[in-house]
Design a protein around this ligand. Sequence first.
Ligand code: NAP
Length: 476
Amino acid sequence: MSETKYDYDLFVIGGGSGGVRAARIASQYGAKVALAEEYRYGGTCVIRGCVPKKLLVYASHFPEVFEEARGFGWSVGETSFDWASLIAHKDHEIDRLDDIYRTNLEKAGVELHRSRAVVEGPHTVRLLAEDRTITTERILVATGATPVIDTKIPGHEHVITSNEAFHLDALPQSVLIAGAGYIAIEFAGIFNGLGVDTTVIYRRSNILRGFDDDLRSHLRDEMVKKGVKFVFDDVITSITKRDDGKLVSATTASGDIVTDQIMFAIGRAPNTKGLGLEAAGIETDPIGAIPVSDDSQTSCPSIYAVGDVTNRANLTPVAIREGHAFADSTYGGKPWTVDHSLIPTAVFSQPELGTIGLTEEQARAKFPNMDCYMTRFRAMKHAFPGRDEYMMMKILVDADTGKVVGVHLAGEGMGEVIQAVGIAVAMGATKADFDRTIAVHPTAAEELVTMRVPAMKIREADHPDNMLDIGLTPRA
Ligand code: NAP
């Protein structure tokens, strides 16, 4: 591309979602691109995140499916589950995806290095496995993040994280999961669905902080119905291993909790340790994340960073977008930046969540007048065989403009639904737009276009006298 005095136009560190996208696109624009990955291609999402997680979620649904089948006239014979076989199939699928990622990079003309790479300056990278230093006009850091463990807790060496959960030799009979974010809640559903006695311990009083409060309470209650136990306002203070192999977690409020396995899902830390960023004058923030501008540029003009290592919105599709925007802007002559303000997302909990936009709390703070539409109902598929599982849908509307500012969904398939709803919300759809959309019948999603009466109207000044709370859903 450029008449460059460097070995490469772009050197990408990290072969995950963001790095791979940026490398491919930049190369397709004609840049001379190399990428270093010390492990496998695809990153957390493919190797030990979204993809294997979703496969385990699918597997964990089957006991309920067998149960429900009876209501539909099926007699289900004896069933059994083989964890080792599931893990082997999962690993086979991941091998396939790793291969696809590598092939796509090669097809795009990206030079691949199976090596750890360390920044040695604004334009130099050391490839440890090859024992050599290369020069490059720009560097893109896309090294992701890794699960954290609280090493201050005595006995922390006995715990696993999501990384190890994907490779357990056998399913434990019981598990204690610390944390109540995405990973904790998704794994609680997986373990519980597969028959593991599952307890979640969390330092506050409700799961999934940051999500809409009604959605959080709804999911918590549905998970409890399915058998997950929650220990709130409590933390593990120490862990000891008994002679019989059981792990004993001492807690501040609930005494000892004895389980076969303890999994920490208390967040992820950006992978910047030992990366050499200081050699380029880049300072990370207190959790190790790389501060970047809207166009993913670090404080060193030749070094950019995308994905979880920047701790913006730690989601695969966001990393992909950031990588793509960087490549289009820098090598394609098409500058654009990622809008992080309106991101549809799913939690593959059981039941599943789909959400976009503001929570009720945020919408109340932002808009003086707001209408809240909400419904809870049993889907036909669950009601017919008599299963006690409810769906929830909530639409938040700025009453002054009619614009839909938040949609929060819980129930089977809601991850799929929010993708489509997200298009409408991102386009600025109003509640009237939802209302004039003809329902698809019979579906659960038709409720989204048939809610006519607000469950709650919040009016200026937010004085209790001004609030009409029809109260379809009891608050937690
Ligand atoms: P997370 O969502 O940030 O949740 C961390 C949880 O651990 C929170 O409940 C937090 O409590 C708790 N915690 C933090 N430090 C703790 C400590 N020292 N002791 C006890 N509890 C502690 O992190 P995550 O579940 O590990 O997920 C990491 C990232 O992966 C997320 O940001 C998410 O974007 C991404 N992810 C996305 C998906 C998806 O899109 N479906 C799935 C998995 C992961 P507080 O609430 O009190 O802070």
